[in-house]
Ligand binder design. Sequence first.
Ligand SMILES: Cc1cc2nc3c(=O)[nH]c(=O)nc-3n(C[C@H](O)[C@H](O)[C@H](O)COP(=O)(O)OP(=O)(O)OC[C@H]3O[C@@H](n4cnc5c(N)ncnc54)[C@H](O)[C@@H]3O)c2cc1C
Length: 350
Amino acid sequence: MQAEYLIVGAGIAGSVLTDHLLKAGKTVVVVDEPSKSNSSKVAGGLYNPITGRQMVKTWNCDDLFNYLIPYYQDLERDLDTRFLHDIPIYRPFFSIEEQNEWMSKSVENSFAPYIKDIKTKPTWSDEVSNPYGGLVLDKSGYLDTAVFLNAFRNRLQSKSMLIEEDFSFGDLNRLEKGFDYKGLVVEKVIFCDGRLSNDNPYFSWLPFSLVKGELLFLKSTVMPRVIYNRGVFVIPVGDGTLKCGSTYEHEQLNEIPTKKAQNELLERVQKLVKFNFEVVDQKAGVRPATKDRKPFIGEHRTEKGVWIFNGLGTKGVSLAPYYARQLVRHLNGQEALDDEVNIERFFSLL
Ligand SMILES: Cc1cc2nc3c(=O)[nH]c(=O)nc-3n(C[C@H](O)[C@H](O)[C@H](O)COP(=O)(O)OP(=O)(O)OC[C@H]3O[C@@H](n4cnc5c(N)ncnc54)[C@H](O)[C@@H]3O)c2cc1C
């Protein structure tokens, strides 16, 4: 059996990259053992152009956001499955000063495309605390990552392109040209193994800075039409369920839900929303974040033909499409990788 590419990992990174390779006419085989890590499956799935405490445009915002919505919408048509939910994010203001600041920013060219509306009076007041109104974002929403990954996996399975197993590093043998993996001959291998690249013999030297995160699933009779987001996000995912998250933990890097995270999330969500709910589930995962908060993309310095597409950190949904497209163009000799994401920036560590 032969293919041009062997992809290891079918989370958001591996799936979106495989899709781009296939659309570029390449042949691909994917190896994924779904029980190894679950960051993509538990992710909130938010895509949000203006983020953080300082509420700044996310890094590379215009490039990422001009591509990601049409990309996922096309993929929905292709897979005949709905997973992109284009819903405004609503961020209540804390003060009149903040309201004024956003009134001014909303007419600036760089912010205007991402602002749908500014509420200067309390709105949806029976649902959310917002005495000074709030900011309604555009080009925002969430990707139902579980539905997306499942649909893409089914597509791979139906085309016999998926090997469901733990990738065995000892079985990857270099040939004169390319590699042999258990009888499968490929030209290149691309690791999209998420946080497990931290233990990957080819890439463990990269400065990952993994971050555990937890989410709660709430049941309520109230289903907001927007995503509330201040200190915590509350996403109406339908069927009476809200997803609420998330936490940031740098020490205990495991996928075990904790009472501490539950309490922290409940405290924050109770400050934000006014309606009653009950907690019905809790999930934890580990984000493949990096020291400089930029992705890790590129070819190994000495192991030619071995590549990585990883380090999507807290923003896998918005980073994956743009950088998968860039990597595939790069592999075709059509485009250079951005210096900020190219792993060459860390070659001195090898
Ligand atoms: C609580 C939480 C909330 C989050 N919220 C958001 C959000 O709102 N928006 C957002 O954009 N991002 C969010 N993220 C981050 C997002 O989940 C990540 O950026 C993204 O999932 C990374 O995808 P990945 O494909 O690189 O890694 P993963 O999802 O970990 O995928 C790696 C895949 O490779 C497989 N694998 C690894 N090693 C092997 C091996 N040796 N053999 C076989 N298979 C292997 C794993 O089983 C897995 O299927 C959140 C993360 C967490 C934990």
